[in-house]
Design a protein around this ligand. Structure first.
Ligand SMILES: *Cc1c(COP(=O)(O)O)cnc(C)c1O
Length: 497
């Protein structure tokens, strides 16, 4: 029997994996969850003998059961190829107090590449499987990282198109350059006069605009979403937890069956949830340490059992974790109340109405695998400095949050279990924070000049700038559309002429 997917909010229908990927979100607004978590399909020793492709194929085959093995193999090959700057795909490196799982060797040098490299190929196969003749159109509003990673993934994938909206003046100069130089016949980028919320709200409206949906359908197109709640993004992430364990086993760092901890810099809760799924499959994982920045909603939740988004939104040096509503947490809530959709729906109603909800003591007991922690910007910057001083290893701000939280965790608990820190971005992506942390003098001279800071980092660290940074320096600008929010619909129709 294959694995089916159903909504966290009560819609009784069962969906195949490919249907869940095409839909993205359940019709009742819930998230798709698998009706069971499959056991690991191979022994840990067998995984230790595989390359990344092998591990990914095994994990995807376990969850996405209406795809054939050949189809998934083709997706894996196309996703994890030369776009990555190392054939290892996700290196695990040993430093003095922990291992770092580097998930930033893909096209946009951040961990979202791990899932967004494969999602387009899963979408195309899913469309074919469900006799969807129309071309898939991805619309995305982005605050910087997701849009670029999605475009890099979908660029020139036959049968798909992607349009990205970003807030004009609301992304870093490097992020903007990454987007406006994006190649591909099927991509379009527009800057919106407004902020990220404006762009996001309008994209959601376009998705549910019936007239627009009919019109584009007449033209042979259908909307789909590359959002992080899509199981087509979640499931590929399970693979690198198994991979990390397998690498440590292969290197003789751990015994077969020995438990290890993971510390994960967390925003929308997608990454760490994949780690939890890996644990549920039988991977020997001790604790999942959920690291937040000063927007510490999740730390408070794991500590008190109350999720409360009513607080100021803090702009930090780890912007991809500046999130007050972690969408993927809904899947964990559903699981920890015993797959009770009515209860989950009620919590989510409370969240949208009052901005908060409190889980029961019983439910809280089911969260025992998780420990919450957080780090301030000062602690984060200090950690970047200290890690560079002790190991000559440069952490980006997000990974540094996780590393600082891990150090505090060890101090508080004395837990010496071997730990993998999930490293989510290249430091080259956040030079404005990273360079001042390790070399304040140089940084002061080059304040605000990203490419000068990049040169500083290259000189100080001895790590050459990645191709993703080299390319954008001289790449031609291909997109210069700047529009008002009210013009977004027309821009979409123009793109789909
Ligand atoms: C998106 C992102 C995160 C947060 O991951 P979630 O799956 O949303 O928890 C952390 N670090 C970086 C660099 C990211 O881009």
């Amino acid at each position: 029997m294959g694995i089916m997917y159903h909504s966290t909010r009560g819609d009784q229908r069962a969906y195949t994996a490919s249907q869940a990927i095409l839909k993205g979100l359940a019709p009742d607004g819930g998230l798709f969850v698998p009706d069971q978590i499959p056991p690991l399909p191979k022994s840990l020793r067998e995984f230790a003998a595989m390359d990344y492709h092998g591990v990914a194929l095994e994990i995807l085959s376990s969850f996405l059961t209406d795809f054939t093995r050949d189809e998934l193999e083709e997706c894996v090959e196309k996703a994890y190829d030369k776009k990555f700057d190392t054939p290892v795909i996700a290196p695990v490196v040993k430093k003095s107090d922990a291992y770092y799982l580097e998930l930033y060797h893909g096209a946009t040098i951040a961990f979202k590449d791990m899932a967004l490299s494969i999602l387009p190929h899963l979408c195309v196969k899913a469309a074919r499987k469900n006799h969807e003749q129309r071309e898939i159109v991805i619309l995305t509003a982005t605050s910087g990282d997701t849009g670029k990673a999605a475009m890099a993934g979908f660029a020139d994938v036959p049968g798909t198109r992607i349009m990205v909206f970003y807030p004009d003046g609301g992304v870093s100069p490097i992020q903007k350059l990454q987007m406006v130089t994006q190649k591909g016949k099927n991509v379009r980028v527009a800057a919106i006069r407004g902020n990220f919320d404006d762009a996001q709200t309008e994209v959601k409206k376009l998705f549910s605009d019936q007239a627009l949906n009919s019109e584009i359908s007449r033209r042979g197109y259908v909307f789909s979403s590359a959002n992080s709640i899509n199981i087509g993004r979640l499931i590929p992430q399970v693979a690198y937890y198994v991979w990390a364990y397998a690498r440590l086993l292969a290197a003789g760092e751990i015994e077969e069956g020995e438990k290890i901890n993971f510390t994960v810099p967390t925003g929308n809760f997608g990454n760490i949830l994949a780690g939890y799924y890996a644990k549920c499959m039988g991977l020997p994982v001790g604790r999942l340490i959920c690291a937040s920045n000063e927007n510490k909603v999740l730390f408070d939740f794991f500590t008190t059992g109350t999720y409360d988004r009513n607080r100021p939104f803090i702009l930090t040096s780890s912007p991809s974790m500046d999130i007050l509503v972690s969408s993927n947490l809904e899947r964990l809530i559903f699981g920890c109340c015993g797959d009770d959709a009515a209860k989950t729906a009620e919590f989510m109603r409370e969240l949208s109405k009052d901005g908060r909800y409190t889980i029961t003591a019983e439910m809280k007991k089911n969260l025992a695998d998780f420990t919450g922690g957080y780090a301030t910007q000062e602690e984060t910057s200090e950690r970047i400095h200290d890690e560079f001083a002790s190991d000559h290893y440069v952490l980006d701000t997000h990974t540094a949050v996780a590393s600082a939280v891990y150090q505090k965790y060890v101090k508080q608990t004395g837990d010496r279990t071997k730990t993998v820190i999930v490293s989510t971005a290249s430091p080259y992506k956040f030079v404005r924070s990273v360079v001042p942390a390790i070399d304040p003098e140089d940084a002061a001279q080059d304040e605000g000049k990203d490419f000068d800071l990049i040169a500083d980092l290259e000189r100080v660290s001895g790590v050459p700038r990645p191709a993703a940074v080299r390319e954008i320096d001289h790449a031609p600008v291909l997109h210069n559309l700047v529009i008002d929010r009210s013009e977004m619909k027309a821009a979409v129709l123009d793109f789909l002429k």
